[in-house]
Design a protein around this ligand. Structure first.
Ligand SMILES: [Zn+2]
Length: 135
């Protein structure tokens, strides 16, 4: 990569990072000033290729399907409805029934109920939804 493009990418990346973080934290002028100082000192390295392991689907405005399992899924913090079919006369699929059998409940609840705030995974880790990060 030539120095010209390196600088071009670096500037675009820094602007993008600042914009993204500002939106995530709903930052004010002070946040912006701190971010700009912090980001300015960083030197991005464009030699490493990072291959995304997981793909998530933005399901923020998904429509509920009555044919599918009613369990809420994590979906990398974006939430959504389980895409498996309901099992027999149950309102959920076999996988989510197994979770109920094992843990006594669904840690993310049902899509027909309100979204739980700061849900706790059966492993004990507290999770935060992406749409709750701002408030
Ligand atoms: Zn399911």
């Amino acid at each position: 990569m030539t120095a010209y493009y390196h600088n071009l990418f670096e500037e675009a990346l820094k602007k993008d990072v600042i914009k993204t973080v500002m939106e995530m934290v709903d930052g004010d002028e002070t946040t912006l000033s701190i971010l700009q100082q912090e980001i300015r000192t960083l030197t991005p390295d464009f030699t490493e290729t990072i291959i995304p392991i997981k793909k998530y689907i933005y399901r923020g405005d998904f429509t509920f399907s009555e044919h599918n399992c009613c369990a809420r899924v994590w979906n990398e913090g974006y939430g959504g409805q389980c895409t498996r079919k309901k099992k027999n006369s149950s309102r959920i699929c076999g996988k989510h029934q197994n979770m109920i059998d094992k843990y006594g409940e669904l840690w993310l609840g049902y899509t027909t109920d309100d979204c739980p705030r700061n849900p706790v995974h059966p492993n004990g880790k507290v999770h935060q939804w992406r749409h709750h990060l701002k408030d």
